[in-house]
Write a protein that binds this ligand. Structure first.
Ligand SMILES: Cc1ncc(COP(=O)(O)O)c(C=O)c1O
Length: 397
């Protein structure tokens, strides 16, 4: 089938919820993907911070092949070993004692919202249900996570949203303090706002937030769906701040490309969930869990990938910094590890298209922020390719 026909079918049969680039991707290896016309692209999107190990990592592929031949699905009416092994691996490598599995980021956030409310009511025996979230945050598209997402543009036309969320400015401890009241049960925050434009808070923000939550006996819930699994140069974003959350949400990079989400929590908080209080048919599916175990093992056993992320991020920021000096419409470059943003005075859409024509996949968020989140195995040479292309594209503006 020729590409124009595939695209025509896509428009005809798929609901119109995305503004997609006009290419059909058919293959991926490492940092590269290939379209239906055989063109190669260096991928600075990674399926939106999903393919942290690159595309089709051999360990993940083999794990999937083996598991697919053995057992693909059983439901949570029974135990399955990949799910247990994955939970063990996640607990061993984090603050958490227990894990609940689901299939996406938004479901992990839904689970966190439910856990926080139930913890307050059933464990603390207090009528607390309100969750403080940050302006500019993004937590997902289902009703709970959408309501936690303090950006009205995502709510438009879908009201009424779920009550019980209070929005405050990001990176402002005083604002959280001011919003606390007798009904607050938790604060939900991303260590770095990803979709919100790659906003990195001050280094003390999470530490002060931890102290505030402790003082008021409320839960600190970190949405690490975008920042987790090595993206920022540590396995989890909270490690930079030297704190431990009570609850954490993961998805994206967890499955090495397979859809999976997870809610992690301490024993104390996890006890709020009892049989029948929450669930998912596919959550913790053996196939997705086998991929996630292979992906985590590949990430942790390789002592190059995560340690290299900080250095690659600095290199990347330096290259973008030079473009900022050269072009007055570049307002800011920022980020941590390989979650990087370049804010422009102008919409970024045309630049994304121009990069695509040059064989480079990039993303734009909040209209004016070019966002770069390549596989963590990206090379300096590939980063140079992107900087050179941006320089050429910017020069023509
Ligand atoms: C921080 C954060 N939370 C939640 C989500 C929602 O994840 P999903 O699209 O898997 O539902 C996203 C997706 O971009 C995200 O970046």
């Amino acid at each position: 089938m020729i590409t124009s026909d595939i695209l025509a079918d896509s428009h005809k049969y798929i609901m119109n919820t995305y503004s997609r680039q006009p290419i059909v991707l058919v293959k991926g290896r490492g940092t590269k993907v290939y379209d239906s016309d055989g063109r190669e692209y260096v991928d600075f999107v990674s399926g939106v911070a999903v393919c942290n190990l690159g595309h089709c990592h051999p360990r993940v592929v083999v794990a999937l092949q083996k598991q697919a031949q053995r057992l693909m699905h059983v439901s949570n009416h029974f135990h399955n070993e990949p799910q247990i092994n994955l939970a063990k691996a996640l607990v061993t490598g984090s603050f958490a004692d227990k894990v609940f599995f689901c299939n996406s980021g938004t479901e992990a956030v839904e689970a966190a919202i439910k856990l926080a409310r139930r913890y307050a009511r059933e464990v603390l025996k207090q009528d607390r249900f309100e969750i403080i979230t940050m302006r500019g945050a993004f937590h997902g598209r289902t009703y709970g996570s959408l309501s936690a997402t303090a950006q009205e543009k995502f709510h438009k036309g879908f009201e009424p949203i779920v009550p019980g969320f209070r929005y405050v400015p990001f990176n402002d401890i005083g604002a959280i303090e001011g919003a606390l009241n007798g009904h607050t049960c938790a604060v939900l925050v991303e260590p770095i706002q990803g979709e919100g434009g790659v906003i990195v808070p001050s280094p003390l923000y999470l530490k002060e937030l931890r102290a505030l939550c402790d003082k008021n006996n409320i839960l600190l819930m970190l949405d690490e769906i975008q920042t987790g699994l090595g993206r920022t140069g540590r396995l989890y974003g909270y490690e930079h701040a030297g704190i431990l959350p009570d609850v954490m949400m993961l998805a994206k990079g967890l499955g090495g490309g397979m859809p999976i989400g997870a809610l992690l929590a301490t024993d104390k908080v996890s006890q709020a969930f009892t049989p029948g209080t929450h669930g998912s048919t596919f959550g913790g599916n053996p196939l997705a869990c086998a991929a996630a175990i292979a992906s985590i093992e590949a990430l942790l056993e390789d002592n190059i990938i995560i340690p290299n992320v900080a250095q690659l991020g600095t290199y990347f920021l330096q290259g973008l910094g030079k473009l900022k000096q050269k072009y007055s419409f570049v307002r800011d470059v920022r980020g941590q590890g390989l979650l990087i943003g370049m804010e422009l005075d102008v919409p970024g859409k045309d630049i994304v298209s121009a990069c695509l024509r040059d064989g480079l996949l990039i993303n734009c968020t909040m209209d004016t922020v070019l966002r770069f989140m390549p596989p963590l195995i990206i090379s300096e040479e590939e980063i140079d390719l992107l900087i050179e292309a941006l320089d050429r594209i910017f020069a023509k503006r």
